[in-house]
Design a protein. Structure first.
Length: 176
């Protein structure tokens, strides 16, 4: 008896290597066009996927997935931070973020903390490989350096001040 192939509707352009890896586990990844909400609903109704993975147009995919009662997986990056992505994250079963600063920014916009998680892997191969390759740190455009100085004249001063300053900087500028 053959195992059924489960379909994943991928909003955006799926990476070929990721699609082949998912095929080994019994999933078929199919790209879906998001020109209009009606066109997206038509394609998802015809396809009958097990899940909708939205990398782009999160809110459109969220509305259609909610109407068709299909679980939604939102993948949010630094360029997707905003209230529309937070609204889509409220409709999603799970929201995947590339870093903790993206997660904190989405939670600040109103995304639920319980379903928003950080996944440090290669979901977006072309974008994530920049920080994963071995280069001298100053040549990698994905790495940003934060330099700080603080007087460390006692055990109760210095290190904690630097940590608090870094946390306030990370909250104020999540794209950094």
């Amino acid at each position: 008896m053959r195992n059924p192939i489960r379909k994943i509707a991928f909003v955006g352009v799926p990476d070929r290597n990721v699609a082949e890896a998912m095929r080994e586990y019994g999933y078929r990844v199919e790209g879906v066009q998001t020109d209009s909400i009606v066109g997206l609903a038509r394609e998802l109704y015809r396809m009958k996927p097990s899940i909708v993975h939205a990398r782009h147009n999160h809110l459109k995919a969220g509305v259609v997935a909610k109407l068709l009662d299909i679980p939604l997986l939102v993948q949010a990056g630094r360029e997707d931070l905003g209230s529309l992505t937070a609204h889509a994250a409220r409709m999603a079963s799970r929201t995947l973020c590339g870093g903790s600063s993206v997660r904190e920014a989405l939670i600040a916009h109103g995304a639920p903390a319980s379903s928003t998680c950080v996944l440090r892997s290669l979901l977006d191969v072309n974008h994530d490989l920049r920080a994963a390759t071995i280069f001298p740190p100053m040549l990698d455009p994905a790495i940003h350096w934060v330099v700080a100085a603080s007087p460390c004249d006692g055990p109760d001063r210095g290190h904690q001040d630097l940590v608090l300053a870094f946390l306030s900087l990370a909250r104020a500028r999540p794209k950094l």
